[in-house]
Design a protein around this ligand. Structure first.
Ligand code: GLN
Length: 313
């Protein structure tokens, strides 16, 4: 039986922290030079329930860049602005089964079989965000991410500058999408906004609050602000479930049953609909680009709480 009492959640987070804190597997991302310099020992866990109770364990003051986790909330923003059919038709919602920055995934089906959780679909989503110019689009993206987190978020400038000077691959993806008629704003500027959105600083508590806002049907359970509609959440979670952990999305979903999203900064969040959001920050990644410790912690907590929706007892 699921026991979401304060005592049980606190006990489980403590247990998970102790059990996994000494795991040494994985390695910081280093293809973005600044990320190689982040302290690999940062380890923070947070769980926020849909009634707005915040639980934390470990380091929640250290910030990491949000990276791909931002993709969830830009997708939600585009769903909010244009609706589910437009996202399906203009971006795509099929898992690629390939690495997050795969160009082959774009090329195979002329940019159609992608989704907003991997770079091509994410840059396309960013290009679709309403706004008269690049500055307006960026302002509204930062505001939306902040509303999900329940506080004003800011950009990690060194990470942004480091990636912006070295993102030719993402620019190539944006141009290839443009060639297929699936980029909806200037490709260079869209890639730049996307790079900035990836450099937003967050801690585990921010990510758990963002996840909890989804778990709560789009209302931030801490600030009570209505950030997106239940329909937006309804269409965001399935894409997280099928593509949130890149080419290991199937393995993750098989093992946890929960929609989740990772980023190469070391953040991972998961959504337990109607119940809570959970997030872990720990920079060392596995080969697919997912935080090793974060996957272990969330899987452990989900198992112990028996909240896998496919567990029918
Ligand atoms: N900014 C990163 C990139 O585009 C995000 C990738 C990720 O977190 N998987 O490569």
């Amino acid at each position: 039986k699921t026991d979401l009492s304060k005592a049980n959640i606190e006990r489980l987070l403590n247990e998970a922290y102790t059990k996994f804190k000494d795991v040494k597997e994985g390695k910081n991302a280093d293809y973005i030079k600044e990320l190689a310099n982040v302290d690999p020992n940062i380890f923070g866990i947070a769980l926020v329930t849909t009634d707005g109770t915040v639980y934390t364990k470990g380091d929640i003051s250290s910030m990491v860049s949000i990276q791909s986790v931002s993709k969830v909330f830009v997708m939600a923003q585009v769903l909010e602005e244009l609706g589910p059919q437009a996202v399906q038709d203009k971006i795509g919602v099929d898992a690629t089964g390939m690495r997050f920055n795969s160009i082959v995934a774009v090329e195979l089906q002329k940019g159609k079989e992608i989704n907003p959780m991997v770079n091509p679909g994410a840059i396309a989503a960013t290009s679709l965000v309403a706004g008269a110019d690049s500055a307006a689009k960026w302002k509204s993206i930062l505001q939306k991410q902040s509303d999900f987190a329940g506080r004003q978020l800011t950009v990690n400038q060194p990470v942004y500058i480091s990636e912006a000077g070295d993102n030719l691959r993402n620019q190539a993806i944006a141009h290839l999408l443009l060639a297929y008629g699936r980029m909806y704003f200037d490709p260079v500027q869209s890639t730049d906004i996307y790079t900035k959105q990836c450099a937003i600083n967050v801690n585990a508590k921010d990510l758990a609050t963002m996840a909890a806002t989804l778990a709560n049907g789009g209302i931030n359970p801490v600030t009570k602000k209505k950030v997106v509609t239940p329909q937006t959440v309804q269409y965001t979670l399935p894409v997280m479930a099928t593509a949130g952990l890149y080419d290991d999305s199937g393995i993750w979903y098989y093992n946890s049953g929960l929609p989740a999203k990772s980023g190469v900064g070391g953040g991972l969040l998961a959504v337990c609909p109607g119940k809570f959001g959970i997030a872990v920050v720990s920079p060392p990644l596995d080969a697919a680009g997912n935080s090793v410790k974060a996957q272990k912690v969330i899987k452990y907590v989900v198992d112990q709480l028996k909240v896998d929706p496919f567990l029918i007892e």
